[in-house]
Write a protein that binds this ligand. Structure first.
Ligand SMILES: *Cc1c(COP(=O)(O)O)cnc(C)c1O
Length: 382
């Protein structure tokens, strides 16, 4: 390993104001779970996304799990979920012993293909076993085709959970990502566009549902002087300290989107003309936060495959990654049904074979990005 500075895929980017909010929490001794920052962060995030209500929780995964509980998912139910995503999108389905059905991507957004969703819904309807919900992921900040997907969900009267863990600040048709489903979920994990070190948010326009989420996330304690419980709860609530970090981070979201988009533009200008290199598209009418710059490498044209490029970057202490391995290819999910884009055409398999993500942090120095670009050009002999 070389002694050069490590360049991360995506590292935390503090504004400097986080410590003021934390200090306030300390000054008021609001360290233990709840306090003024939690409610304020919920309201500020809901306002930003353009939804009515939000519940701050300990992770994006917890937010998805709560959404499933709120929709009364039971053992044996099915849930449809994008296949090309991080495992956390679908793990809560397994927590509830329900059955995932995985849906392929389409080429325009790399996200859930309306064509495949339609086939899956039609089949499910025929057997009288429609899914409890469809979990739609907005990959690397790019919104899925929300209109087509939401129309299908509406036709079959199936709720949509919008996994916007990677797309805070992105837009579709002028509306913010995460505002399209019955529920939206967000993550503030360390590598996301804003971070609280770890945390998540569940959003909805349904006030009763969000109140219930708060109740479930604090051990489902009944209103009584003693500790009384009549249903299973979770310890999923966000702490006041973490929410303080989140408030400062959220203040910078629009700047972070611009910075990540600038990173993308510099990569595209430097590498976009190379035959065999294709950047992740941005569907007209959408605005991606470009959380990670993703591209595909066609080895027949470039003479090198994406794995060899990632290795060449690693030798120079640069962190790059393949795109998510589709869930239908994961040992954990292999046994479940999968609906490809077309009967004989799986888009996510190809994206996994050829796709990679480049370091994309909003705090990456211009000279660091130049180092990545030079390494890429050398690997591609361009
Ligand atoms: C990060 C992520 C999650 C999970 O969020 P955590 O806060 O890490 O639990 C869920 N879905 C997607 C698509 C993600 O990228």
């Amino acid at each position: 390993m070389s002694s050069t500075k490590r360049i991360f895929l995506s590292s935390p980017h503090m504004t400097g104001n986080e410590q003021d909010y934390i200090k306030e929490a300390f000054d008021l001794n609001w360290i233990a779970p709840l306090g003024n920052h939690v409610g304020a962060f919920e309201q500020e995030l809901a306002d930003y996304v353009g939804v009515d209500h939000a519940a701050a929780v300990s992770s994006g995964t917890a937010a998805i799990h709560l959404a499933l509980r709120l929709l009364d998912v039971q053992q044996g139910d099915t849930l449809f979920c994008s296949s090309l995503t991080f495992v956390a999108s679908a793990n809560p389905i397994l927590y509830e012993k329900a059955e995932p059905v995985l849906i392929d991507s389409e080429p325009d957004t790399w996200n859930m293909a309306p064509e495949a969703l339609e086939r899956a819904l039609r089949d499910a309807d025929k057997t009288g076993h429609l899914p409890k919900a469809v979990i739609v992921v907005n990959l690397y900040g790019q919104s899925a085709k929300m209109k087509e997907l939401a129309d299908l969900c509406e036709t079959y009267d199936v709720p949509m959970i919008e996994d916007a863990a990677e797309s805070l600040g992105s837009e579709y048709d002028g509306r913010k990502s995460g505002s399209f489903g019955t529920f939206g979920i967000f993550s503030f994990n360390g590598n996301k566009i804003i971070t609280t070190s770890g945390g998540g948010m569940l959003t909805s326009n349904d006030e009763a549902m969000i109140q219930k989420a708060r109740f479930l996330s604090t051990q489902a304690r009944d209103p009584a002087l003693h500790y009384q419980h009549s249903e299973v709860g979770f310890n999923y609530r966000m702490s006041n300290i973490v929410a303080g970090i989140g408030r400062a981070q959220l203040e910078a979201i629009d700047l972070r989107v611009q910075q990540r988009r600038n990173v993308f533009t510099r990569y595209q200008e430097a590498l976009g003309e190379i035959d065999g290199i294709d950047f992740m598209p941005e569907l007209p009418g959408t605005h991606s936060n470009r959380w990670l710059t993703a591209l595909t490498v066609d080895p027949d044209k470039t003479g090198i495959d994406r794995t060899a490029i990632i290795q060449a970057l690693a030798e120079d202490n640069i962190e790059a990654r393949p795109v998510w391995k589709p869930l239908h290819r994961q040992p954990l999910f292999e046994e479940y049904r999968y609906y490809p884009f077309q009967e004989d055409d799986s888009v996510s398999d190809k994206l996994f074979e050829y796709g990679m993500c480049l370091p994309s942090g909003s705090n990456m120095e211009a000279e660091d990005q130049e180092r990545v670009i030079q390494k890429m050009l050398a690997a591609l002999k361009a």
